[in-house]
Design a protein around this ligand. Structure first.
Ligand code: PRP
Ligand code: ZN
Length: 288
């Protein structure tokens, strides 16, 4: 026990790269050796444990790891006693029912009596119960997508993110069970170690600042002096924009933080109002 806060992340899979990127954006400097079980950050008291995502809730519950980054799909399936501290906005995917391209399935009630292969038996059981359906569930530990072509199942219930796996196996979506994204989980009990609590608080503050920076951009442009009022009306700025004087007395420079998704909807209005030299920059961190 070195007193470091232990963070479990997926060893190899959909969430690995984004989890590592998030921790690096928080300022933690560590080697990304997913062949190793764990690495310590060089500049901060944290250890990163590389684990199978399916095992993360259990390890967090048992306090082998203090917190974990994992998909809601895994958390829900494992039903381990953990709490979600923050949704992370990446690793988005859906748990879907899918069936072979050459079959038709038009209503949910047609699932009655069918056989469904899945690695998510608990979530699927609840879904069937909620919809008053009766189907046979075959629990597999992986490669669910080949079950229909092997004649083992009529449908599958699996995670879909890009849709490539479905396409390659000649399957198509029939119904959605639920949407998932990556989250941070911790054990239900509070950390009993004061030092670790402090590290966790600081880490969550850093993560929140990275997340809010991600959804914002820094906008810079030059405008004619007399269109300032119009421009400020167009910019959905969090606070009032920064206005700077330029060498040309008839012009001003305006800087503002805007929601990333707003840019393309306001760009034409800005140009019409006389804005030029428009630059949009990413923000790495934003401290509330
Ligand atoms: C899911 C699912 C598919 C793949 C679908 O696995 O089982 O294999 O992702 O992704 P696609 O729509 O982009 O092709 P997951 O990443 O959850 O991996 P795991 O089962 O190994 O944990
Ligand atoms: Zn997994």
């Amino acid at each position: 026990m070195n007193g470091n806060l232990k963070i479990a992340i997926q060893k190899k899979g959909r969430l690995t790269e984004k989890s590592v990127e998030l921790l690096k954006l928080c300022g933690f400097d560590f080697e990304n050796y997913s062949e190793r079980l764990f690495v310590s950050a060089r500049n901060y008291p944290i250890d990163i444990l590389f684990l199978r995502d399916d095992d993360i809730p259990e390890y967090v519950k048992d306090k082998v790891a203090d917190i974990g980054i994992v998909g809601e799909n895994v958390v829900l399936e494992k039903q381990t006693q953990t709490v979600t501290l923050e949704k992370l906005g990446f690793g988005r995917c859906s748990l879907l029912l899918a069936h072979p391209n050459d079959k038709e399935l038009n209503s949910l009630s047609e699932i009655n009596g069918k056989t469904i292969a899945t690695t998510y038996p608990r979530i699927l059981t609840n879904f069937l119960k909620k919809n008053d359906l009766n189907a046979n569930i075959i629990e597999l530990s992986g490669s669910v997508e080949i079950a229909p072509s092997l004649g083992v199942a009529d449908l599958i219930c699996d995670i879909v993110s890009t849709g490539n796996t479905l396409m390659m196996n000649k399957l198509k979506k029939s119904f959605k069970v639920f949407d998932s994204e990556a989250v941070i989980i911790s054990s239900k009990d509070k950390l009993d170690d004061e030092k670790k609590n402090k590290i966790l608080k600081d880490l969550l503050r850093r993560i929140r600042s990275v997340l809010s920076a991600r959804s914002s951009k820094y906008l810079m442009m030059n405008i004619p002096k007399d269109s300032l009022k119009k421009i400020t009306e167009i910019i959905p700025s969090l606070k009032s924009p920064t206005v700077l004087h330029l060498a040309d007395e008839n012009m001003l420079a305006v800087h503002a933080v805007i929601p990333s998704d707003k840019f393309w909807s306001i760009i034409e209005d800005l140009k019409k109002a006389g804005a030029s030299g428009i630059i949009l920059l990413p923000i790495e961190n934003m401290i509330a």
